[in-house]
Structure formats: structure tokens, C-alpha cells
Design a protein around this ligand. Structure first.
Ligand code: ACO
Length: 383
């Protein structure tokens, strides 16, 4: 009889590859993209430059940056066929399902989708980085039975998203907030969605297939979907004075508190710290009563969770906890939170596909079989 091998459930603690794209230091709550600290990038860079950095492994020169941005701007609009499908789906389906379907459709408009040359792969990734924010914005518009707003070439990628969603050109602070969220969500090593992207890429399926896989994986509330679930919880708490009772009861009932805990971070997620600090800054800019209340609840929940589970169990706020209140500063509906995550994570997914195909190896792990063997087959009428 076989002895049972050691099984690392959920691949916890298992290294599946080498990568030079990002490093997460979970014990100390630090994150670097290509060696640059997330704090530096959040303060000094922008989403386009960060996307270039992730894909090419270096910061662009001025000319490289301009060429990259021009390519993105030329590709932001969507084929009419894709808009039609978004329009049909958006009023009835969750925006993540719309994103998945619309993104999958983009393969039809690529004349050579299975070309895996480096330049061709990078080109497909750039196309997807350009179009996913437009798909997310169009989904938001059609959900509310509003018309499609074409991208404005004078705006950056993330502020364009906000413009196409709301019809208003964002002010400087709003542009900074949305770009911050795009930068912070762009990459995070081998998380569940990036790993699933690589599993699909490892079969040598195309970039669109791999991206669609990633969107499906990101939807779940234990991963990207936690941003929407966390805001739902804050809304369910309703009144700041209910916060402690609600959280205590949820913990007693063994419920997960969405937006807390992380497989790798056993310290405060540095991205959550940045979102929290910008949220505090937004309090100086006459936020709505709704935002003030959300933040009061979030801060009380954070304090209680850290007191109870922070040092004791290594459960700290993750990026998804404060993301919802920050998106509400911008007036974005909670159903669009995870689609924004998709639009920004495309840079990370794409960079990983490019890196993985340098040395592709089919992903095929093992399972330890626990069922019977050699069971005699009975015809259906004898069962
Ligand atoms: N609330 C309450 N308890 C928690 C939480 C939480 N959010 N997270 C973990 N725990 C507890 C578990 O109940 C478990 O307790 P036990 O040992 O007494 O049984 C212990 O911490 C370990 O939990 P696991 O699920 O085994 O740890 P894992 O590393 O698999 O969990 C995960 C990571 C799934 C993210 C988890 O923390 C969670 O469910 N969080 C809520 C969902 C969430 O916010 N996800 C977003 C993550 S960030 C991202 O993907 C962008």
C-alpha cells in the first residue's frame, strides 16, 4: 500500500516557479514591483508606467513611455460586437460575468491569437490592458441603462475609466485616487488568479483564454470578490455603534470577516495602509455623509479585528477592506469593484504570461487517490 504523501492543501507554502516580477514580504508587510517599493510607485508613478515596468522589467525612457501610452490610447475603444454583448448582459448578469464574456470575445478580433512570439504576446497584453477598463466602464453604464461613452484620448487609462463610467472628467484628487487603486491592484505574485492564468498559459492556450481564466478566479469572495463583500458587510453594520456587536457575533458564529486575513501577509497589508491613508485624506475634502459613516464603521471594525486577531493570529486588514469606502468616495457602485481589480490586474497577469512562456512547463500536479479500485461493473438494470 502507498504511504500517504505530504499534501499542502491549497498549495500553501509551495513554490511553483521563480519570478522577477514582484516580491511580497508577508512577515514584514512589504511589497515591491520589479524591485521598486509599492509606496514609491503609488506616490511617484502612474498606472501606465507601472504596467510598462511590470511587462518589460524596467522603467521606460520618455520615448518608450510615450510610445507605450500612444498604443494604449489607440486601443481603448471596443468593437461594436463586444459592446452589443455587454449591453445585453449587463442589466441581468453580475459585472464580473460580463467582464469574463466580453474579454473572451476579444479573441475574435485578433488575426493571429495563438502567436506566442514575445512581441506578439506583449502586443496582446497591451491590447487587453487598454480594453479592460473600457469593458468595465461600459458594463457599469449599460447596467444602469445609460449609453456608452467612448474613451477620451486626452485622459490617462484609469481616469478614462472613471470618465467613461460617470460622464464627468475627474478632478485632480479623483484622478489620483483611481490611479492609486489601479497601481495597487496591478500585481501580487502567484495569487490564486495569477496562478490560474499560468495554469491555462502553461497548456499553450492563448493570452485571451488565460485572461478569461484569471477573471473567473478573481471573482470569488476569498480573493478579488472580497472588496464587494467587505463593503456589503460595512453596509450591513449600518450604524457605527453597531460595529463591535456585529463583528463579535460574526466571529462567534465562525464567520469570515471580509477584507481581513491573507495567505501570505501575516502583517498589515502595505496596500491597505496606502488606501487607508488616502481615505483619511479624502475626509479633508468634504466627503458625503455616506462616506463619513462607512469610514467610521471601517475604522472601528479595523481596531476591533486587530485587537482580537492581529498579533494573536496574524489576521490584519488586506487591500479589499478599505477599497470599498474609497471607491464610494468616487461614487462607484460596489458591483464594479472587482471589475476594476480585473482591469488593473491585467498588467500583472500579462507580465506573468510573458515571463512564464520564456521557459514554459505544463502545470500538472498530483492528487493522492483515496477511492476504491477494481470495482466490478454492473449493468444498469442490475443496480
Ligand atoms: N475572519 C475571521 N477569521 C479568519 C479570517 C477572517 N477574515 N481569515 C482567516 N481567519 C481564521 C480562520 O478561521 C482560521 O482560524 P482557525 O485556525 O481557528 O480555524 C485561521 O484564520 C486560518 O485561516 P485559513 O482560511 O486557513 O487561512 P488562509 O491562508 O487559507 O486564508 C484567506 C486566507 C482565504 C484570504 C482568509 O484570510 C479569508 O477568508 N479572508 C476573508 C476573505 C478576504 O478578505 N479575501 C481577500 C484576500 S486579499 C486578495 O485576494 C486580493
Amino acid at each position: 500500500m502507498n504511504t500517504k504523501p505530504t499534501i499542502n492543501y491549497g498549495l500553501e507554502g509551495i513554490y511553483v516557479d521563480e519570478s522577477a516580477i514582484s516580491k511580497v514580504d508577508g512577515q514584514n508587510g512589504k511589497l515591491w514591483y520589479r524591485g521598486y517599493s509599492i509606496e514609491d510607485l503609488a506616490e511617484k508613478s502612474n498606472f501606465e508606467e507601472v504596467s510598462y515596468l511590470l511587462i518589460y522589467g524596467k522603467l521606460p525612457t520618455k520615448t518608450e513611455y510615450e510610445e507605450f501610452v500612444t498604443k494604449l490610447k489607440e486601443r481603448m475603444d471596443l468593437p461594436e460586437e463586444v459592446k452589443k454583448v455587454i449591453k445585453a448582459m449587463a442589466p441581468v448578469a453580475h459585472p464580473m460575468d460580463v467582464m469574463r464574456t466580453a474579454t473572451s470575445m476579444l479573441v475574435m478580433f485578433d488575426k493571429d491569437p495563438s502567436n506566442k512570439d514575445l512581441d506578439a504576446t506583449v502586443d496582446k497584453v497591451i491590447t487587453l490592458i487598454a480594453k479592460l477598463p473600457t469593458i468595465a466602464a461600459a458594463t457599469g453604464r449599460f447596467r444602469e441603462k445609460k449609453s456608452f461613452i467612448p474613451p477620451d484620448n486626452s485622459l490617462g487609462l484609469s481616469e478614462n475609466f472613471l470618465y467613461m463610467l460617470t460622464g464627468k472628467r475627474p478632478n485632480k484628487f479623483e484622478s489620483k485616487l483611481i490611479d492609486l487603486m489601479f497601481i495597487l491592484h496591478a500585481e501580487h505574485s502567484t495569487n490564486a488568479s495569477t496562478f490560474s492564468v499560468l495554469v491555462t498559459a502553461s497548456t499553450l492556450a492563448d493570452v485571451y483564454a488565460a485572461t478569461t481564466t484569471g477573471i473567473g478566479t478573481l471573482k470569488g469572495p476569498l480573493h478579488g470578490g472580497a472588496d464587494e463583500s467587505a463593503l456589503n458587510m460595512i453596509n450591513a453594520i449600518g450604524n457605527p455603534d453597531n460595529t463591535e456587536k456585529y463583528i463579535e457575533e460574526a466571529l462567534e458564529g465562525k464567520q469570515r470577516i471580509m477584507g481581513f486575513g491573507h495567505r501570505v501577509y501575516k502583517a498589515y497589508d502595505p496596500r491597505a495602509k496606502l488606501v487607508r491613508s488616502y481615505l483619511e485624506e479624502s475626509l479633508t475634502k468634504e466627503p458625503s455623509d455616506e462616506v463619513k459613516k462607512l469610514l467610521q464603521i471601517a475604522l472601528r471594525a479595523e481596531k476591533l479585528m486587530i485587537d482580537k486577531l492581529g498579533n494573536a493570529k496574524g489576521i490584519w486588514p488586506n487591500i479589499d477592506f478599505f477599497a470599498g469606502p474609497l471607491y464610494r468616495v468616487l461614487g462607484i457602485d460596489s458591483k464594479l469593484f472587482t471589475p476594476i481589480f480585473v482591469a488593473s490586474r491585467m498588467s500583472g497577469w500579462g507580465s506573468h504570461i510573458v515571463e512564464y512562456w520564456h521557459n514554459n512547463k505544463l502545470v500538472r500536479p498530483l492528487e493522492y487517490y483515496t477511492g476504491p479500485l477494481d470495482v466490478p461493473y454492473k449493468p444498469i438494470e442490475q443496480r
